[in-house]
Design a protein. Structure first.
Length: 152
């Protein structure tokens, strides 16, 4: 099934950084983003390559959202727990460049997942990482606790 990215993420408006879902399966997802002056985090040089980590995270989120939609559930809020070696081959993603971001599931339980992620610009791999993400069943409680709310 083909969904709009905004239907798979709990993000809204300009917080959705990806343009489209290219392909989705039980084991991964590919998404596309075209760099332009309308892109979030745009600078004269383009978009800083470190934003690729968020492109990857949103691709993982879209994967989880697609999995939820296939079972009739709503997408849940997710969090990046960590990354293993985010490596970018350059400092910037250039104006007009079409990026394809993929995430492939390595391991997942009910609330935590590990994904191998790649960003390609044309035939070139421009960034790689392994993301560890959490998708807690009660995200509001996690956010409340992390916000320093008094438990007593």
């Amino acid at each position: 099934m083909n969904w709009a990215v905004a239907d798979l993420l709990p993000h809204t408006g300009s917080a959705v950084l990806l343009d489209e879902v290219i392909a989705s399966s039980d084991t991964g997802l590919s998404a596309g983003v075209t760099i332009s002056p309308k892109s979030a985090f745009w600078r004269e040089e383009g978009v800083p390559a470190h934003v690729g980590l968020e492109y990857m995270a949103q691709t993982c989120g879209a994967y989880s959202g697609a999995k939820a939609r296939r079972t009739g559930e709503e997408p849940r809020v997710g969090f990046i727990l960590g990354t293993r070696r985010y490596l970018a081959t350059r400092a910037w993603f250039a104006d007009g460049e079409r990026l394809v971001v993929t995430c492939d599931l390595v391991w997942r339980d009910e609330e935590v997942g590990v994904f191998d992620c790649v960003i390609r610009g044309g035939d070139e791999i421009v960034a790689t990482a392994q993301l560890i993400v959490a998708e807690p069943k009660n995200a509001a409680e996690v956010v409340r606790r992390q916000g320093g709310a008094d438990d007593g």
